[in-house]
Each structure stands twice: as C-alpha cells, then as structure tokens.
Design a protein around this ligand. Structure first.
Ligand code: ATP
Ligand code: MG
Length: 442
C-alpha cells in the first residue's frame, strides 16, 4: 500500500476525550472514529488489525472443532419472550419496532437465536456434539460507554454455543474451548489469565473469564503470581482427546485465580505472601456452561441412544475482538506509539522514503516495495512528500514491527537502514539484505 493513496487520518494533537493510552493511540493513529456515544467507525488501519484478530480467533475456533455461521443483529422479541429474558434483560437491550409494530431488538447476545436454530434441525444424539459460532456485532446500551472500543455500545463478539447430550459431554466441550482460548490469546501476543468467574443465579456451573493484567482494567483480580507465566497448548493438541483436554484444563485451574465476585480470602491467603498477586485487568473473553437453562425453556432436545428425549446441555463462549484491539495496545506501546505484535500488525513493515522525488531514493524504495509486497508481506510505503521527521513519527505511531529507512546518503552506497520498532535498534544493510530480512521473516 502506498501511503499517498491510502486513507490514514492521523491526529497531530492528543484528543482530549481519551482517558487511557489505547484510546488515545487508536484515535491518533487514525484507527477509529466515534460516530455517537459508544459507536465507532473502524477506519482502514483499524480495520486491518481487527481483520487479523478475527482471523486468528476463527482459526482457533475451527481447530477446536467449532463451526462458523452468521446470525443477524436484529432479533424478534418473541424468541426472548420464550426464554423469559425479554422482560429480565434491562435497559441495556435496545428495543425497536418495525413498520408492522412488531417488537424487535438489536441482539446483545445470541443464546435464544442459536437455540432456535438448533431445535429447528437437530433431532438426534448422533448429530452431537455440536459447537456453532459467529463473529457478529452486538449492541448493549451500556450506561457508561468509555475508553473507546474497550467498552462501547455497539461491539463485535465472537460467540460460540455448544450442544451436548449430557453434562459430561458439555464439560468436554468447555475444556476444548478453554484450550482454544489459551491458544488464541497467546497468538495475539497476550497473556490472558483464566479466572474463576461468577455463574450468576444459575449457580453450580462452570465459568471462566480470561483477563489481561492492566492498570486501566475494570476488573479486580487475585491470583498466584506464576499464573502470569505459563505454557500454551500446542497447535497439534488433539481437541477430541478428552483426557488431554482435561489435563490442560486441570493444570490451569488447580491454581488460585479469581475475579472479585469469586474471591476467597482464605484460599488466597493460603498462597505464600510473596506469591500473591492482586491487580486490575481487562476481561477479553468469557466462557460459560449453563446446562439446560435455554434448551429447557425453548424445547431444544434430541433423541438419545436409549430412544428417549433428552434436553441438551449448553455452553456459551464469548471473545470481544473490538475490545481486544485496545487491550493489545494497552499491553504493547511506548511514548511514541503502538508496538504491534507481528501477528496482528496492520502492516508488517513500513518503507520510509526520506527524500521522495530523489531518483535514487525513489528507485530503492520502489524496488523494496515491489519485492516485499510480492513475497506476500503487508507493507506500507511512505511515498509522500512529508518531512522525514514527520514520517518517522507516523511510522512509530502506527507501530509496524519493522521500518526500512531509505535516505540519499545510504542509498548512494546501495544501502538502507532497518529499524526494529520494539527495541529501537537500527542496522544498516544492503537493499537486498533488507528485502530478504522482511520477506523471509514471513
Ligand atoms: P463486562 O463485564 O466487561 O461488561 P460482560 O461480562 O458483560 O462484559 P460477556 O457477556 O461475557 O461480557 O461478553 C463476552 C465478551 O464480549 C467479553 O469478554 C468482552 O470481551 C466483550 N464485551 C462485552 N461487553 C463489551 C462492550 N461493551 N464493549 C466491547 N466489548 C465487550
Ligand atoms: Mg463476562
């Protein structure tokens, strides 16, 4: 992508409304634009990151055996009357009427709708286990939308729903998703700690929130400090192997880690004092086993191997991609801007032409740009006629992991500088070596 043809509305000033660093940087880097309270446009740079986050989520969901579909944002109130949540859900639900005066709503979540899909088609235990997911916009009329897309009213969620014949099967589905979440967050460059979470009025069930430690986080967390450093299940884990999944799950849940609602002083104090960690964090995912709550109310049942009808056991599993993007920034930035992990960087490399219009600089940059792009690397070429200083600032702000800097003096020797955004290290090398560095790292 040539910057001269791109749409990158960088802000020079620090936006006053932004209270936390990720919000400030997302606005300054031209990633998002607020349209009204808690409702955002994802500008091209932000959209690139969001797409990469979604692609990783999707790959890990698919690997774990979940199957993607797409449900609508608008739902009929009738479904929610069946489950009893139409009245129970408070003002967070945006209620709408269509021209026939039929009550509709903008979905805050999809348990009812997926249960309706399930009951329409699945009649036999032979079609289980089943896990269906989508990545779709949600709307919750949050009382205090804030911190940009961290807590917005319209936001993207990956929500998966598992269906099993009994509790044992549902627990296996839960453990698979647990392993998939560990892998997902790790690939996003994050350490998200699974914390025991409140299961609400249903009680007695399984629930974990995945939390990233951050001072600006809205959740309070308590855990063993070793939880911050851990092993991630490998890509070749057998997601169907019940024992393996149980092993991963148990290794993870045997240590103390809880949000404030589930905090148990006595258990926490049993940890040696120097190993206790109490901190703040950002909830980026939430998994939940809730048994037959919706399947019972909505008649989702299958014929079992015994020939009798069984109400299916369900779980739901959410991840917030539009919250993950600022969470990654909270975890990875410096005073000059964002430092993207390579896996989600909007551009893996930026080429900075320090003297656009200079024949030698232009030729070197064009060569690097052409070859690196041909190798399949997402590369941004700053071919504008801005001052070199402004180009450096932009490159640092938008956070591409590698910068290739071409100025008249080095280019005269057939060389360019390669800067690592994270460490700030600069290395002079030939044009060919710079191409190889960026192209083969892919
Ligand atoms: P919170 O406690 O932060 O309000 P929640 O518990 O209501 O979140 P869930 O219903 O568990 O959220 O939704 C699953 C995921 O969706 C969350 O883990 C989070 O990543 C994301 N999410 C929820 N609400 C928002 C929001 N208002 N803005 C952005 N992402 C959100
Ligand atoms: Mg939650």
């Amino acid at each position: 992508m040539r910057l001269s043809r791109y749409f990158l509305p960088i802000l020079k000033e620090n936006p006053k409304e932004a209270e936390i660093v990720s919000h400030r940087l997302m606005l300054r880097a031209g990633m998002i634009k607020q349209q009204s309270a808690g409702i955002y446009t994802w500008l091209p740079l932000g959209k690139r990151v969001l797409d990469k986050v979604n692609a990783i989520i999707r790959e890990e969901q698919n690997r774990s055996g979940a199957v993607e579909l797409l449900m609508p944002t608008l739902q009929s109130a009738e479904l929610w009357q069946e489950s009893g949540r139409y009245d129970a859900y408070g003002k967070e639900m945006l209620r709408i009427k269509d021209r026939q005066d039929r009550p509709m709503l903008y979905g805050p979540t999809n348990e009812e709708m997926i249960t309706d899909v399930f009951r329409s088609f699945v009649k036999s235990y032979k079609d289980l286990p089943l896990n269906l997911y989508h990545i779709q916009l949600k709307f919750r009329d949050e009382i205090r939308p804030r911190f940009g897309t961290m807590r917005s009213r319209e936001f993207l969620m990956k929500d998966a729903y598992s269906f099993d014949l009994n509790r044992e099967g549902a627990e296996h589905a839960y453990n698979r998703m647990f392993a998939a979440y560990l892998r997902t967050f790790s690939r996003l460059g994050l350490r998200a700690i699974p914390m025991r979470a409140d299961t609400g009025p249903i009680g007695g069930n399984l629930s974990h929130e995945f939390i990233i430690l951050a001072e600006t986080g809205e959740s309070e967390v308590f855990c063993h400090k070793d939880f911050v450093d851990f092993d991630i299940p490998p890509a070749d884990s057998d997601f169907n192997d019940v024992a393996e999944m149980r092993g991963i799950f148990e290794q993870w849940t045997s240590r103390y880690a809880a949000t404030s609602e589930m905090h148990d002083e006595a258990a926490f104090n049993a940890i040696p004092e120097t190993d206790r960690l109490s901190a703040r964090g950002i909830e980026v995912g939430h998994i939940f086993y809730f048994g037959t709550k919706y399947s019972e109310a909505m008649g989702a049942k299958v014929q079992g191997p015994d020939g009798k009808e069984h109400i299916v056991h369900m779980g739901s599993y959410g991840i917030g991609p539009t919250r993950l993007v600022p969470a990654i920034i909270e975890a990875s930035h410096d005073e000059n801007g964002i430092i993207w992990p390579k896996s989600v960087a909007p551009f893996e490399a930026v080429i900075i032409n320090m003297k656009a219009g200079d024949a030698a600089c232009d030729a070197a940059c064009e060569k690097i740009y052409g070859e690196v792009a041909k190798a399949g690397v997402d590369v941004l070429y700053d071919d504008t006629d801005e001052r070199a200083g402004a180009k450096f600032a932009t490159a640092d702000l938008i956070g591409a992991p590698v910068q290739i800097i071409a100025g008249p003096r080095s280019v005269a020797n057939g060389e360019v500088e390669v800067k690592d955004r994270k460490t700030g290290e600069r290395e002079t090398m030939t044009v060919e070596a710079a191409i190889a560095r960026v192209a083969t790292a892919n």
